[in-house]
Design a protein around this ligand. Structure first.
Ligand SMILES: [Zn+2]
Length: 321
């Protein structure tokens, strides 16, 4: 009889506690659950969407991360090469605006270096990026070359702090696109060299390649590109930790990868014909023998950081600056 009353008391106590547990306000219990997920022992029944939005979730401040999106070219600078049918600047902006919408929906703060078809000097783009301390800088471009068969996705970085972001974005974009994987490459583009925050430049395919130009003109394909770039941004920490990521990075070169030892890689078949004025100036200067000063020339477009594909020596020289 004693035992029975004891059990009865326990039972009644349980009844009185249970409702108060259930009455906890939903938002706080949700955020608590998120926090607990971050610990080593993840609780069961974690709502999946929350986890994925946070991209593998490590710390809460992630939400405060600012993403500066830099759609290449714009205004009179269409990008690409002379005679190119599909304007690169238009495609860049479209993908960038889609990326902006996706990231904003995931709680990121997004800043656009341009949000319309206007020309923004590279220095201004860099200044915008550098005005946000806790930010990452993502340049969106499409490739072009007179050789129509050239195709594929490539992602550029310069500083070692940018390698993880470049690897992650490339992992998703190259993995999600039907195009060839041209690898992650290190190169001193103006915007990559001069931004003090992690910065990458994604070349989302060749608009001079008939197949890739056709893909790019499809809005759902551009949406897909934007989604993959967003996945890379969201999951950059977890991808950077993966061994597979470094394999992708080094695919075009050596077997192991350390940021400091990744050589600056040649920029193949880039769009050096675009701006007639610039090209003329560069031709004159590069025709002189003053190789040491050729690297100091002004660049008014990110691809103009590339050199003539014919002059290999100079290319290496420039890559060093
Ligand atoms: Zn471009």
């Amino acid at each position: 009889m004693r035992n029975f009353s004891f059990i009865l008391i326990l039972f009644l106590a349980g009844l009185s506690i249970a409702p108060s547990v259930r009455a906890l306000p939903a938002p706080s219990s949700l955020s608590e659950r998120e926090h607990r997920v971050n610990g080593p022992a993840a609780p069961r029944a974690t709502p999946k969407p929350v986890m994925q939005r946070r991209g593998g979730g490590s710390q809460a401040p992630r939400q405060s991360i600012t993403v500066v999106i830099d759609p290449g070219h714009g205004g009179y600078d269409r990008g690409g090469i002379a005679g190119q049918r599909v304007a690169e600047s238009v495609m860049n902006l479209d993908v960038a605006q889609r990326l902006k919408a996706i990231l904003q929906a995931s709680g990121y703060r997004v800043v656009m270096t341009r949000d319309s078809d206007v020309f923004i000097p590279l220095g201004t783009r860099v200044a915008i990026g550098n005005s946000y301390r806790d930010a990452i800088f993502v340049c969106i471009h499409f490739n072009a070359t007179p050789r129509r068969s050239a195709s594929g996705i490539e992602t550029y970085f310069y500083s070692s702090q940018s390698l993880g972001l470049a690897s992650a974005i490339h992992y998703y974009v190259a993995g999600g696109a039907p195009s060839a994987n041209r690898g992650v490459r290190r190169r001193g583009f103006y915007v990559l060299r001069n931004t003090r925050i992690p910065s990458v430049l994604v070349e989302c395919g060749f608009l001079t390649n008939p197949n890739e130009a056709q893909y790019a003109q499809n809005s759902s394909y551009r949406q897909k590109l934007a989604l993959e770039i967003a996945h890379g941004i969201q999951n950059r920490e977890s991808v950077a930790r993966m061994a597979g990521a470094t394999r992708i990075v080094s695919s075009s070169n050596s077997s192991t990868l350390e940021p400091e030892t990744v050589p600056l890689q040649p920029f193949i078949d880039q769009t050096h014909y675009r701006d007639p004025d610039l090209s003329r100036g560069r031709h004159r200067r590069s025709s002189k023998s003053s190789k040491s000063t050729s690297s100091k020339r002004h660049k008014t477009s990110s691809e103009t950081a590339s050199t003539k594909s014919s002059t290999k020596k100079k290319r290496t020289k420039q890559a060093e600056d």
